[in-house]
Design a protein around this ligand. Structure first.
Ligand code: FES
Length: 372
């Protein structure tokens, strides 16, 4: 939008600006019918597509680190000069960039009204690819770290009359921020917090302080069958009530399953890890056309769109590379996608306007046109 009125001609992916109907007629007549570039209306002379701008980065200083549960640390990050940080709303996350170039997403835990600091919860994953272990082991008080600005794909619904929050383990992080915000707004809400035991409950004291009587702890001793009865909790669909779940895949999928009779818009989830899909159909090979680059690439069965695009030298920002974070979300300009991510809603998947290129593929081997 910042480019003003624009027109893009596909499949070439040439971008024009215009200021009158006469300009549009000229583009249609000379480019679409005549097959020539209309130099005077290109975004800038010689420019055939919008320039990519580097996303803003923050340099943050670690102000405090403490252990909040076994293998879970609480990090407080501030700007080095103490100035206010970019604002965010509950449910948002930032990405931290490790020394080796990995990028990892962490939900913001604290009170979004406090512009002076970001609070994160980081669990040291045993099978970490290096991201969480670097943050957990290497960052200490006074360390500096590069971060993205906050982004939010798990926001509170503005029209909800009651918020039912379900957290599993480290999945408490965005939910705790929601508690701060709901409390400040004097809204109706209740948290069900599932962990193996009290000592293995991240942010226990903060949760007690923020939620007070509005939290029920479910300690299952490591056996989910002895934990929260999600089916009973969600048995009745209540108009105006929204459900938010964050935690391991089993908890999120169970909540999704047992809320299938609720309106789809009332269900909100954020996954922290995916479990392997057992019966996934075999991959098909297909082509992608990158409209800005004007190149067609073949995606073989054993590779992702992301890998193929990277090999072609096109830079795409990613984080989880598991279809969880929406970092690689790309506009889909043509073709039907086989959406395999855990971010888009059913309605968004049906609309077929964007695709997570780290995991999703094409339906029936058809060519996808990507805004890259
Ligand atoms: S990189 Fe996270 S969804 Fe693709």
């Amino acid at each position: 939008c910042e480019l003003g009125p624009t027109m893009v001609i596909y499949p070439e992916g040439v971008w024009y600006t215009y200021s009158s109907e006469a300009d549009i007629d000229e583009i249609l007549a000379r480019h679409v019918l005549g097959g020539e570039l209309v130099d005077r209306l290109l975004l800038e002379p010689g420019q055939t597509r919008p320039r990519r701008t580097d996303p803003p980065r923050l340099t943050l200083k670690v102000a405090d680190v403490s252990l909040t549960a076994p293998a879970v640390k609480r990090f407080v990050l501030r700007s080095p000069d103490g100035s206010d940080l970019p604002a965010y709303l509950a449910g948002a996350h930032i990405d931290l960039f490790t020394e080796s170039g990995l990028r990892r997403s962490y939900s913001l835990v604290g009170d979004s009204a406090d512009r002076g600091q970001y609070v994160l919860g980081v669990r040291r994953e045993e099978d970490s690819r290096g991201g969480s272990s670097w943050v957990f082991d290497q960052l200490s008080t006074n360390s500096e770290v590069t971060a993205s600005v906050p982004r939010n794909s798990f926001a509170l619904a503005a029209d909800a009359t009651m918020h039912t929050l379900i957290a599993g383990g480290i999945g408490i992080t965005p939910i705790l921020a929601m508690g701060h915000e709901l409390k400040a707004r004097s809204e109706d809400y209740h948290l069900h917090y599932c962990t193996p035991s009290e000592v293995e409950t991240p942010f226990l004291e903060e949760v007690r302080s923020v939620f007070g009587p509005r939290v029920t702890f479910h300690h299952d001793g490591g056996d989910p069958a002895k934990g929260l009865d999600v089916q009973a909790l969600l048995a009745e669909s209540v108009p105006g009530q929204h459900i938010y779940v964050c935690g391991p895949a089993s908890l999120v999928e169970s909540t999704r399953l047992h809320s299938s009779h609720w309106p789809e818009a009332a269900f909100h989830s954020e996954l922290f890890a995916v479990e392997p899909v057992i019966d996934e159909p075999p991959n098909e090979a297909f082509d992608v056309f990158l409209s800005r680059q004007k190149i067609t690439l073949s995606v073989p069965t054993e590779r992702s769109i992301l890998e193929v695009v990277r090999d072609a030298g096109v830079v795409v920002e990613t984080s989880c590379e598991d279809g969880l974070c929406s970092c690689c979300r790309t506009r889909l300009l043509g073709g039907e996608a086989d959406h395999r991510d855990h971010v888009l809603s059913s309605a968004e998947k049906l609309a077929n306007e964007s695709i997570m290129i780290c995991v999703s593929r094409a339906t029936n081997g058809e060519t996808l046109i990507l805004d890259l």
